[in-house]
Design a protein around this ligand. Structure first.
Ligand code: NAD
Length: 335
């Protein structure tokens, strides 16, 4: 463990804005210890020393939004909702880690969005050593962070009477257990940073699903893992509030334009057309129209719909332990 989260916390306290804390070989302009306040008029970038370590502290540009300039990490950011979220956050001036099992995909997405604003990490969120290594990489690269989007997820649909135990367990490991691992390790980093930034709120947001709010036919492994995620969100929110960490979920409806549904070879629309799941459907468009008709607003969820929920949660300082549905009215909360 380094002093980087402590340094970041001191700057968050002094400047009330996100900063990047990176190892440096330059001569320090300021020597800090845990109890030394950073001068509020310090100009960035600045090189500081704490203990044996030297860091350059700089800051991303900020716009009008509260969320802008934050350091964020998106798991499963190489494609689908995660890629849309990463893109939207970069457009808001955030520095974004794109962390994905598909390391090449994460690197390609970072290259597309700009390597000065992004950093790719190869991670398996279902593996504790891998999540710990991801956390160490964040600590080494920016000293800490402000926003975790736990988005990586998988679907293994199937009848309870027929599904393999292995498929059920994989769904549970990636959609449910991995949220515990990500919160345990990145939440630990957020808590360390908070020790010198007692007024700075951070966020962990799970991308859950409408299937975390209502059951899903022949899709119990998925729905069960997502329902469980809401229980973790509520419980982690209660515990982590003392570390200034808000924990919430966004529950999107189906992302019909994303690869999960629209991939021309293995997307769910093609699968449902070929399996005859939608009576009378002759084309992919027929299948899509059938599913869109289930939504009161007559369309699927898009990246910007999910992003607006994320902006709301981050910018609303007085919200924790909640699950925000973004479903075009398809699923509503029960009183
Ligand atoms: N697509 C939808 O209709 C929909 C609807 C509601 C909620 N969701 C949720 O949104 C999230 C993203 O879904 P999507 O449709 O964009 O998925 P996707 O399959 O398009 O992308 C998922 C990404 O996660 C990565 N990933 C998978 N397993 C991983 C692991 N073990 N470690 C790290 N990365 C891993 C994949 O490589 C991929 O880049 C999921 O949690 C999903 O449950 C999706």
């Amino acid at each position: 463990m380094s002093n980087a989260p402590t340094v970041r916390g001191l700057f968050l306290t002094a400047l009330r804005r996100p900063v990047l804390v990176r190892p440096s070989d330059a001569d320090p302009a300021i020597v800090l210890d845990k109890t030394t306040p950073v001068p509020a008029d310090v100009t960035l970038p600045v090189v500081v020393r704490m203990g044996e370590e030297t860091y350059e502290v700089s800051a991303p540009a900020r716009g009008e939004r509260e969320i802008s300039g934050r350091v964020a990490l998106v798991t499963g950011g190489a494609q689908g909702f995660g890629a849309e979220i990463a893109k939207g956050l970069v457009e808001q001036g955030c520095f974004v880690y794109i962390a994905d099992l598909n390391g090449d995909g994460a690197a390609a997405k970072c290259a597309e969005l700009g390597r000065d604003r992004t950093h790719p990490i190869t991670v398996n969120v279902g593996d504790e050593d891998s999540v710990a290594a991801m956390t160490a990489e964040v600590e080494r690269t920016t000293g800490g962070l402000d926003l975790v989007i736990s988005n990586a997820g998988i679907v293994r649909a199937g009848s309870v009477l027929e599904q393999d135990l292995a498929a059920f367990k994989l769904s549970t490991d990636i959609n449910y257990v991995a949220f515990f691992l990500v919160t345990k390790h990145l939440g630990g980093l957020l808590a360390r940073q908070r020790e010198t930034a007692p007024g700075w709120l951070t966020d962990i947001i799970q991308i859950n699903s409408k299937s975390g709010l209502v059951g899903s036919n022949k899709n119990g492994a998925y729905a069960g893992s997502k329902f469980g995620g809401i229980g973790l969100v509520q419980s982690f929110a209660l515990e982590l509030v003392e570390h200034g960490i808000k924990v919430n979920a966004v529950c999107p409806g189906n992302f019909y334009d994303g690869p999960l549904w629209s991939d021309p070879d293995k997307g769910l629309f093609v699968q449902y057309l070929n399996s005859g799941k939608v009576p009378g459907a002759k084309t992919v468009e027929d299948v899509k129209a059938f599913y869109e008709a289930k939504v009161p607003m007559r369309r699927g969820t898009t990246g910007i719909d999910v992003l607006r929920a994320i902006y709301y949660i981050v910018e609303q300082a007085y919200e924790t332990g909640q699950a925000v549905p973004v479903t075009g009215g398809q699923v509503m909360l029960n009183a």
